[in-house]
Design a protein around this ligand. Structure first.
Ligand code: NDP
Ligand code: MG
Ligand code: MG
Length: 333
């Protein structure tokens, strides 16, 4: 059974007694920095000079002090790295490692760089993870509404003997313990996160939606109808699953749909699909995926951009754009 931790299990004063550097001010960075500050924590944001985007101006506008990643790491004794995974190792080497002291804590929101050895912290620092199970903008919004996004917490290296209590305290500072924090390891978080997004949440669902849409359109049905059937309605189905599992979804759909679910689902997701999922998991576990992704990123994202461009021109996407224009409430949701 998973070990769960709530507000009463976490001591906010621990993180309030530390100096926190949040490196990066993107999706997660802004949420952590603002919510920690609102929880009474001493926060500074570390951003690279010559930042092309509006991160720096935004953080300053929102009342935060912005310094370089190196200055932030030097000032702080808790350093949370919230920049894209493929550049973390370089920023760590250049700006963070030279400024680490024994007793400091290095924090991550995803375990990839530690799990696959791209970052090797020195023995004297705590290495912790607080990984919100939701996008950064939701993390912030939920915090402001007095709620929270559930988090995973893990300790890879407990140099001080207090690393887990520190991680829980940090999680409380961003609202995580309001919803529940599950104890995990860097290995479990990294491998399940990568698998989930590849096989189900992003990769699996995109491929399923596209294949369904193409099948209908190739058979001569109108793309608009195919879009509604294969993409738009998905939200209604997922909302029901989110509220009450498969059972609630099946309670709400027609008996005809439920019968089709039982007999056709296993013809679409077959034993061969599951065997491939196991292969995908094996390539995550042995580091093949992580190394290939680092190579792709540092090789200039050529294939990544090819895939992105091809999908943006897909009839599913162009059809969806037109239809959503007529449903103003959808785009603003
Ligand atoms: P983002 O892509 O949103 O991070 C962008 C930020 O990083 C910007 O503020 C950018 O500044 C800054 N940045 C880029 N390069 C540098 C640099 N060299 N030095 C300092 N700052 C830099 O990241 P995410 O929030 O998506 O991800 C952060 C971490 O959180 C990752 O480990 C990710 O796996 C994890 N995570 C993310 C989730 C999410 O919701 N996105 C969910 C759970 C975990 P500028 O714009 O000025 O270039
Ligand atoms: Mg992920
Ligand atoms: Mg129907």
């Amino acid at each position: 059974m998973a070990e769960l931790f709530y507000d009463a299990d976490a001591d906010l004063s621990i993180i309030q007694g530390r100096k926190v550097a949040v490196i990066g001010y993107g999706s997660q960075g802004h949420a952590h920095a603002l919510s920690l500050r609102d929880s009474g924590v001493d926060v500074r944001v570390g951003l690279h000079e010559g930042s092309k985007s509006k991160s720096k101006a935004k953080a300053e506008e929102q009342g935060l002090r912005v310094v370089t990643p190196a200055e932030a790491a030097a000032e702080a004794d808790v350093i949370m790295i919230l920049i894209p995974d493929p550049i973390q190792a370089q920023v760590y080497e250049e700006s963070i490692a030279p400024n680490l002291k024994d007793g400091d804590a290095l924090f991550f929101a995803h375990g990839l760089n530690i799990r696959f050895g791209f970052i090797l912290p020195p023995a004297g620092v705590d290495v912790c993870m607080v990984a919100p199970k939701g996008p950064g903008h939701l993390v912030r919004r939920q915090y402001e509404e007095g709620r929270g996004v559930p988090c995973l917490a893990a300790v890879e290296q407990d140099a001080t003997g207090n690393a887990f209590a520190l991680a829980l305290s940090y999680a409380k500072g961003i609202g995580g313990t309001r919803a529940g924090v599950i104890k995990t390891t860097f290995t479990e978080e990294t491998e399940t996160d990568l698998f989930g997004e590849q096989a189900v949440l992003a990769g699996g669902i995109s491929a399923l939606v596209k294949a369904g849409f193409e099948t209908l359109v190739e058979a001569g049905y109108q793309p608009e109808i195919a879009y509604f059937e294969c993409l738009h309605e998905l939200k209604l189905i997922v909302d029901l699953m989110y509220e009450g599992g498969l059972e609630k979804m099946r309670w709400s759909i027609s008996e005809t749909a439920e019968w089709g679910d039982y007999i056709t689902g296993p013809r679409i997701i077959t034993d061969a699909t599951k065997a491939e999922m196991k292969q995908v998991l094996a390539e995550i576990q042995d580091g093949t995926f992580a190394q290939n992704w680092m190579d792709e990123y540092h090789g200039g994202l050529k294939k990544y951009n090819e895939y992105k461009d091809a999908d943006s021109e897909h009839l599913l996407e162009t059809t969806g754009k037109q239809l959503r224009k007529l449903m103003s409430w959808v785009e603003s949701a």
